[in-house]
Design a protein around this ligand. Structure first.
Ligand code: PRP
Ligand code: MG
Length: 213
């Protein structure tokens, strides 16, 4: 059997649908069985692994997957050595700081000494360091927007897309930490054989993206 490339995509979540869609637009048919975590393409040397978003950078760094479609924010947060091949133009969002809407926000120094809830401690810490701010970071893995309302934190740092989760929880965005979109990434040491397959995939992806612009 010939060489094939292994790609990790989100198992469930906001990137999954568009990730599979772009592969389809590249002319790749994936034989998905029900609840299978691994599937093969029938017409391209590609194997798909369905993984948890936050685990994907590690799997690619370790070479368990050769490439992946993953949110740029996750790449920054996990601080892995990956090659970013292509921004894919979907799942655009931003990592932002937000406060209860009634707070009179006076600027970044407002955050000094405050307690912040986030699922992205590394990205937040980097932003705080760059701005010489000292905060108490409280890590929670989801539903971050609830934290100020239950007295767990003064503010939050979380992903914002439409802004409706902030709004529903009585919060307002006050600072942008980073912007993100889905990216195609690769392990830095893939074989020449796999690189050749990747180049074919990347050529198709660039054509698909160019047609959209
Ligand atoms: C994400 C993110 C925000 C929300 C932003 O949460 O953590 O809470 O989406 O989207 P919006 O600005 O369009 O409202 P998700 O729903 O994925 O759940 P989780 O935080 O519990 O993982
Ligand atoms: Mg959320």
């Amino acid at each position: 059997m010939g060489e094939k490339l292994t790609i990790a995509v989100q198992k469930s979540g906001r990137l999954q649908e568009d990730s599979l869609k772009i592969l389809k637009e590249c002319g790749i048919s994936i034989d998905n069985g029900k609840d299978q975590l691994k599937a093969n393409a029938s017409n391209f040397p590609l194997e798909v692994l369905y993984l948890r978003n936050s685990d994907i950078p590690q799997y690619v760094e370790d070479g368990v997957a050769d490439i992946a479609i993953v949110g740029g924010n996750v790449i920054v947060e996990k601080q892995k050595e990956l090659e970013i091949l292509q921004k894919l133009g979907f799942s655009k969002c931003r990592l932002a700081m937000a406060l209860p809407k009634d707070v009179e926000y006076t600027g970044l120094e407002y955050f000094n000494g405050k307690k912040l809830a986030t699922s992205y401690p590394n990205s937040l810490q980097q932003f705080l360091d760059e701005n010489n701010l000292d905060c108490d970071i409280h890590v929670i893995s989801g539903s971050v927007e609830i934290a100020p309302n239950i007295g767990l934190a003064d503010g939050i740092c979380d992903l914002v897309s439409s802004g409706s989760t902030l709004f529903k929880n009585g919060l307002k965005e006050v600072e942008e930490v980073l912007v993100s979109e889905a990216c195609l990434v690769a392990n830095k040491n893939i074989s020449d054989l796999k690189r050749a397959i990747l180049d074919r995939l990347l050529f198709r992806m660039k054509s698909v993206l160019a047609a959209k612009n």
